[in-house]
Design a protein around this ligand. Structure first.
Ligand SMILES: [Zn+2]
Ligand SMILES: [Zn+2]
Length: 186
């Protein structure tokens, strides 16, 4: 979705946009495969407001996704809240400021952090799609588990240990103890 700065009135511009399932699939898998897939479309709410140097963009949505439990490989469904504030700075307002930026970075270590939510744009049109895709990607956790105390799969026979113990557990030696056993004492 493309918004022009001219569309943003004094009181700001509020928009609701449906993020299609294919849009979300792209966000979650095509740039970097997160292992998460959307359960369906999501509704994005955005508000744009003009600032001295560009546009302030606030957005929020909740994306329903599924993935495999990292321990037992069962299907996990979860809802990921996505909420962001980006300071869109018109490129022209930044012209020639790059050298100055470098100096400031050296002087203040926190400078980059304070600027982390800043994005450059041409000052006229804002393409929301790549911005939203990036924010969805950032909101996704590294992995998910079906339950916090999921016991996972047996490393030997593949038995789902949430469903019951397998025979492999008998006589199993803690790998740390096994390592000790191999130490030759003379
Ligand atoms: Zn699990
Ligand atoms: Zn087993």
């Amino acid at each position: 979705m493309v918004v022009t700065v001219d569309q943003i009135r004094e009181g700001g511009l509020s928009l609701d946009e449906t993020l299609s399932e294919s849009f979300l699939t792209h966000a979650l898998a095509e740039v970097k495969d997160t292992g998460f897939r959307p359960d369906g479309p999501a509704l994005l709410h955005v508000k744009l407001q003009k600032t001295g140097s560009g546009v302030l963009l606030r957005g929020s949505t909740e994306v329903a996704v599924h993935t495999l439990c990292r321990r037992c490989l069962a299907d996990v469904h979860l809802r990921i809240p996505v909420s962001f504030t980006l300071n869109l700075v018109a490129q022209a307002a930044r012209k020639g400021g790059e050298d100055e930026d470098d100096e400031q970075t050296e002087r203040a270590g926190t400078f980059d952090l304070e600027r982390a939510d800043e994005e450059l744009f041409d000052g006229k049109t804002i393409d929301l799609d790549p911005l939203v895709r990036e924010q969805v990607l950032l909101a996704v956790p590294m992995h998910a588990v079906c339950t916090e105390d999921c016991r996972g799969l047996c490393g030997t026979c593949g038995q789902n240990l949430n469903e019951g113990q397998c025979d492999c557990a008998r006589g199993q030696v803690d790998p740390r103890l096994a390592a000790l056993k191999n130490i030759k004492l003379n």
